[in-house]
Design a protein around this ligand. Sequence first.
Ligand SMILES: Nc1ncnc2c1ncn2[C@@H]1O[C@H](COP(=O)(O)OP(=O)(O)OP(=O)(O)O)[C@@H](O)[C@H]1O
Length: 260
Amino acid sequence: MTSSLKISANDLSLTFQTNDGPVHALSDVNLDIHEGDFVSFIGPSGCGKTTFLRVIADLEQPTGGSITVNGVSPQEARLARAYGYVFQAAGLYPWRNIGGNIKLPLEIMGFSKSEQQQRVTRVLEMVDLAGFENKFPWQLSGGMQQRASIARALAFDADILLMDEPFGALDEIVRDHLNEQLLELWAKTNKTIGFVTHSIPEAVFLSTKIVVMSPRPGRVTDVIDSPLPKGRPLEIRDTPEFLEVAQRVREGLRAGHSYD
Ligand SMILES: Nc1ncnc2c1ncn2[C@@H]1O[C@H](COP(=O)(O)OP(=O)(O)OP(=O)(O)O)[C@@H](O)[C@H]1O
């Protein structure tokens, strides 16, 4: 059975016009993402990873080619609330408690008070933060804040989750733990996830598909379909299969990199 196409980019390009001239953030990107895929975008700073996520989210407009999200334009998909977005910084409002932060988009969308409450309870359980609803962001660790921000993105049941380096600022032990939890969440919900990272082990551990990008200009240099099983303990990182995929990512990064 082939799963349905969630995101499809065809010769997608985006050039920013700046005072210093044009910046080619994305150039002729072709990529298909299917339902239930966990797709990581990896590449050096400035290669267009965030820009690609922002195009999917209708926060930037392509200047060439085309892209569909859930079979429609990014704008239509945004209006249909097709995705949740998790940023590098948790971005929680300090004057609202965790429950209040999760409710904010639900309030804007006009959910009833009882529906808001049900959703808050459900998503806090999903990210293992049951009981923290009345705490304020500053009372939580960095990892917990990031989990709260994932809960907020999950609260309106979008089946696409876009995550821009969500764990980049966290130490390695916390990051390992959150990676495991994210995989569990993904397995439970079958969401389609687009995930930006700078870390090769993180990309290989999490993904069913790894998109390696190069900065000259933002191009896809390799798309790796991972042979690793869906259920993955952290120890899988020591297996030859894991190391082989990591090596291919490294080679892709090297091929797209200039050392001048
Ligand atoms: N609004 C904008 N106006 C002009 N240039 C931009 C804009 N947004 C991004 N860029 C440029 O486009 C290129 C791609 O940026 P992008 O943020 O997508 O890269 P990235 O791969 O996510 O980088 P990082 O890993 O550092 O987050 C960069 O050269 C960046 O400076």
